[in-house]
Design a protein around this ligand. Sequence first.
Ligand code: ADP
Ligand code: MG
Length: 173
Amino acid sequence: MNRGGKQAKHSVSFEITTASPEETARIGSNLASVLEAGAVILLIGDLGVGKTVFAQGVARGLGVDSPVTSPTYTLVSEYDGRSLPFYHLDLYRLNGDDPFEELGAEEYLSADGVTAIEWPEKIQRVWHGDCITVTLEHLVGDSRRIEIQSAGSSSIDALESYLKTVAEPGANG
Ligand code: ADP
Ligand code: MG
């Protein structure tokens, strides 16, 4: 147990259920508006659950104008956002033995922008430190359960700001 001078709070998490892709994207977009450079979002869930839809929302929230498609074949796509650059990684096709470093992807984790990673569990890397984990689950029809969890002080601050933003009436456009 860490009894040092740091805050005792280790994570913040909450759950939302969405009924459409637009709603899922809007959560990503609202979340993006409270993120700072270096933020890392891990997107977890089955194929077709909405990880890319969520990432598209994040891109929109960062002011990316160009269309964001799944970077399955390129592994990493880079976008210029009006507020911050957006790095979108999809590790689905990655062989577990490929060193993550070979992708040149490691640098995005401490980059000048926001990084969203689909299938982070595909590589044998321990995701530690500051990150936001978004876990999506299929419910019936177009409903999805989305759990958002943060670990590390920047991510915790971001999620607390997000929760304040969405709690204010009229704060969502
Ligand atoms: P993934 O990246 O997880 O494989 P995608 O984001 O590419 O999945 O695709 C999600 C699919 O599910 C899209 O076709 C989207 O329109 C559909 N969908 C239906 N309901 C939702 C919802 N509530 N949230 C996100 N996507 C949804
Ligand atoms: Mg995808």
